[in-house]
Design a protein. Structure first.
Length: 426
């Protein structure tokens, strides 16, 4: 039987920051199977708990059409599998495709003739057809575009963003044949209220996704480099950006630490592919080098300023406010703050960590420091405001100043407060 969007039975593979929102949105239209290998994650979701704090307990409880499972047997009834597993980099900053290839193997072992596998994980151009399809063919013993079909619709989830959610972010779609491309496009149009963009091929869709974050990375790298220059010239970076931003086509980027699973990772997927075909991606790598070194730059500026103010660096009491990779988000993985923490440790500073969004056990495991739940007045020689959590803005300038000793430094990396109160900024 020819599949239509109505008779597609969906299984979402991976229930993290990408898979869960996708499953919840599709569940408004049809029954969904949500699969994750993490048994604890499944138990939490079945109890109405999202550890990522992206959805409330009420929002999860109101969705009754999802069968959350970590049992592969429970997804065999599906005929359309959407894979949303992580695609990180390894210690050498090369693509780590193990989660993606393991998911492909798992799905390959259970797919039937006519089934569709859609990938949402960010990859380099050609990855789905060059790496994933052979595994699907091997384990299914079916032929690509005869026995099974593929699509690629890159995720555009923005964790912590309550304005731009999955339904109102335009989605790229693609398929391995024209008919499958049409079907996948119709499927996503069920949940994307602002519409979709159907790419002419899977490779085009892969390339479009990877350059989105590469472009952002390069723009931020430029502003980071300018902030270093303006610091040496004793010019306030924010004042320069405000002035330049008065022109309608000036791009509004700010300096800061660059981390997370997209901007800090995706360019390396593109540079890997570029180098594999004999192209040296100089500009992309230069941007990555600048952004990867921003944490060390922050530490250097902080230490220099402490010395200028005659603050004893060794054993100084420093508070790091914010440990997640971005504002209003609970995820501390791949956070650019980690380099700042490690750098200050090398100077034997006494560090306190504070983040009301992040899980305390995960912070302790990653940093070896038990995070603070409450903060005491007149305690700190220095504070680094590393993440622009709205909760920090709510605390306010006065209360943050009260946390400090008389002679102190507050380094506001995210321009959260006025320069009059916190003079040290990127």
């Amino acid at each position: 039987m020819i599949k239509t969007k109505e008779n597609l039975k969906l299984a979402i593979i991976g229930l993290g920051y990408v898979g869960l929102p996708l499953a919840l949105e599709f569940a408004k239209k049809k029954s969904i199977i949500g699969f994750d290998i993490d048994e604890k994650r499944i138990r939490e979701l079945n109890s109405g708990i999202d550890k990522n704090l992206e959805f409330s307990e009420v929002e999860l409880e109101n969705i009754k059409k999802i069968n959350f499972t970590n049992n592969v047997e429970n997804i065999k009834s599906a005929n359309c599998f959407i894979i949303t597993v992580p695609t990180p980099i390894d210690e050498f900053k090369k693509p780590d495709l193990k989660p993606l290839l393991k998911a492909s193997q798992m799905v390959g072992q259970i797919i039937k003739k006519g089934d569709i596998i859609i990938y949402e994980s960010t990859v380099y151009p050609g990855c789905v057809e060059e790496e994933c399809v052979p595994i699907l063919e091997k384990y299914s013993e079916l032929s690509f575009n005869k026995g099974f079909f593929c699509g690629y619709s890159p995720e555009r989830i923005n964790p912590g963003d309550k304005k731009y959610t999955i339904s109102n972010i335009k989605k790229i779609t693609s398929g391995s044949t024209p008919k499958i491309a049409d079907l996948i496009d119709e499927l996503y149009n069920e949940i994307i209220t602002v519409g979709t963009h159907k790419a002419p091929s899977i490779k085009v869709a892969e390339a479009a996704k990877i350059i989105e974050n590469t472009q952002r990375d390069l723009n931020i790298a430029l502003i980071n480099e300018l902030s270093m220059l303006f610091n040496k010239l004793n010019i306030d970076t924010q004042a320069v950006l405000d002035a330049a931003g008065s022109k309608w086509n000036f791009l509004n980027f700010k300096p800061g630490l660059v981390g997370g699973h997209c901007i800090g990772v995706d360019p390396y997927y593109l540079t890997y592919k570029a180098e594999s075909v004999g192209h040296q991606p100089n500009i992309i790598l230069a941007g990555r080098e600048i952004n990867d070194n921003m944490g060390n730059h922050v530490v250097s500026v902080m230490i220099d300023e402490m010395k200028k103010k005659n603050i004893q660096v060794k054993s100084s009491k420093i508070l790091i406010m914010g440990l997640t990779f971005k504002e209003n988000c609970a995820d501390i993985r791949n956070s650019g703050v980690k380099i700042v923490v490690e750098g200050l440790k090398k100077y034997n500073c006494s560090l306190d960590l504070y983040d009301p969004w992040a899980d305390h056990e995960k912070i302790k495991k990653l940093y070896g420091i038990t995070p603070k739940s409450t903060l005491d007045h007149n305690t700190y020689d220095g504070i680094v405001i590393a993440v622009a959590h709205e909760k920090f803005r709510d605390i306010g300038e006065t209360e943050i100043l009260n946390l400090c000793k008389k002679n102190h430094i507050i380094y506001d990396l995210k321009y959260l407060f006025s320069k009059d109160q916190f003079s040290l900024r990127l």
